[in-house]
Design a protein around this ligand. Structure first.
Ligand SMILES: [Zn+2]
Length: 325
C-alpha cells in the first residue's frame, strides 16, 4: 500500500516506545498523606515498573477529539459537548423539556453525536419497579415491565496501560506546595514522586466502526464525507496525544518527550491489527518480519518521523466499512 493515494483502514494499531522525562502523568493518590505516589505495575516476573493507566489517556482522547469534531462541524450531544464523561447517558440525568422525548436508538445517538460514535456510550436497561405486591407479574411478557431498553457502543479507541522498561525507570521526590484552604491557612506542602523513563504502550483504532453499530456490523452514517470527518478527527487526536503526552499534573509537570520510536500496523480489510509491545527490545525488527496481504507495517524512529507518517495517514486514509456493508 503506498501512502500517496487513498486507502482504507479497517483496523490499525500504534505501538510506541516513548521516553518521558520528569512527569507525573498518572498517580495513585496520596495514601492519606501529603505524598503523591506514582502508579506501579507488577510484571509477570515480579518486577515492579512505573506505569500510567490507559484510562487517563482515553479520558484525554475524549476531551481532545470533541474539539476537532466541533471544528469540522460534526454534531455533539449536550453531555459530550460539556465534557460529561457519561456521554449520551448523561441525558438521563438532565431534565427534559415539556413534550420532549429522549430517543435512545443507536441510529439517533450516532446521528446526534460524533463523539459518542468514536468514544462509545453505555445506556443500561432499566425495568419498572414493582410498586404493589399484589400485582401479578407475567414473566413471559417482560417487555411490559421495561421502560428503558439498554443500548451501548464500545469505544473505537483501545489503549493499553503504559509500562516503563524495567531497567529504564527512575523516580525523584520533588517538594511542592499547594494552595491552602479558604480560611487562609497558608500553603500545603506536598511531595510528588516525579518520574522519568522509557515507556511502552499500544493504541488500537477500529476505523471500520465509524458511524456504525460494531456489535451488529450495521452502518448508520451512510454519508462517506461525514464518516471521513470523524475518522480524521480521531487520527488527529491520536497523533496529538502521543506527541503531547497527556495525563495528570501537566499544568506544572508536562513531560519532556525526548525520544519516540515504534511501529504502525494498518489492516485495510476485515481483520485485527496486531499489537507489539515495546517491552520487547526487538519489537520493531519483529514487526518488520510480519508479512501479509492484509497487513501494512510502517516504522518510525523519532518524533518528527512519527508526526510526518501520521500526517500522511490522515491525508490519504479513509475508514473501511463493517463486514457485509
Ligand atoms: Zn455524545
Amino acid at each position: 500500500m503506498n501512502l500517496n493515494g487513498p486507502f482504507p483502514i479497517y483496523d490499525m494499531s500504534i505501538n510506541i516506545l516513548a521516553t518521558w522525562e520528569a512527569h507525573s502523568l498518572s498517580n495513585i493518590g496520596n495514601n492519606g498523606s501529603t505524598i503523591t505516589y506514582g502508579r506501579k505495575q507488577v510484571l509477570h516476573n515480579g518486577i515492579v515498573v512505573d506505569s500510567c493507566s490507559g484510562n487517563i489517556i482515553k479520558h484525554f482522547f475524549f476531551a481532545s477529539v470533541v474539539n476537532y469534531l466541533a471544528a469540522y462541524g460534526q454534531p455533539l450531544c449536550k453531555p459530550c459537548a460539556s465534557g460529561d464523561s457519561q456521554h449520551f447517558a448523561g441525558y438521563l440525568h438532565y431534565p427534559l423539556l415539556q413534550n420532549e422525548e429522549l430517543d435512545l436508538s443507536m441510529n439517533n445517538i450516532l446521528q446526534k453525536c460524533a463523539s459518542c460514535d468514536l468514544c462509545g456510550f453505555l445506556i443500561t436497561t432499566k425495568k419498572k419497579e414493582r410498586r404493589k405486591k399484589e400485582v401479578i407479574i407475567d414473566e413471559e411478557n417482560i417487555d411490559e415491565f421495561t421502560f428503558r431498553q439498554g443500548v451501548s457502543k464500545d469505544s473505537l479507541i483501545r489503549i493499553s496501560n503504559v509500562l516503563a522498561l524495567p531497567n529504564k525507570q527512575f523516580e525523584t521526590p520533588q517538594f511542592l506546595t499547594r494552595r491552602g484552604d479558604e480560611t487562609g491557612n497558608g500553603q500545603i506542602p506536598m511531595t510528588v514522586n516525579v518520574r522519568s523513563g522509557m515507556y511502552a504502550y499500544m493504541i488500537r483504532y477500529l476505523a471500520y466502526g465509524v458511524g456504525a453499530d460494531i456489535k451488529f456490523r450495521k452502518l448508520y452514517i451512510k454519508d462517506e464525507e461525514e464518516r471521513l470527518k470523524r475518522h480524521v478527527a480521531a487520527l488527529n487526536t491520536l497523533r496529538d496525544i502521543i506527541i503531547t503526552p497527556v495525563g495528570a499534573m501537566t499544568a506544572r509537570m508536562s513531560p519532556h518527550l525526548t525520544a519516540l520510536k515504534g511501529v504502525i500496523f494498518i489492516v485495510p480489510k476485515v481483520g485485527s491489527a496486531p499489537t507489539m509491545s515495546g517491552l520487547d527490545e526487538n519489537f520493531i525488527e519483529r514487526s518488520q518480519r510480519m508479512t501479509s496481504d492484509n497487513l501494512f507495517v510502517y516504522t518510525f524512529d523519532s518524533v518528527d518521523s512519527f508526526y510526518s507518517l501520521m500526517n500522511e495517514i490522515i491525508k490519504y486514509s479513509y475508514p473501511a466499512k463493517p463486514a457485509g456493508e
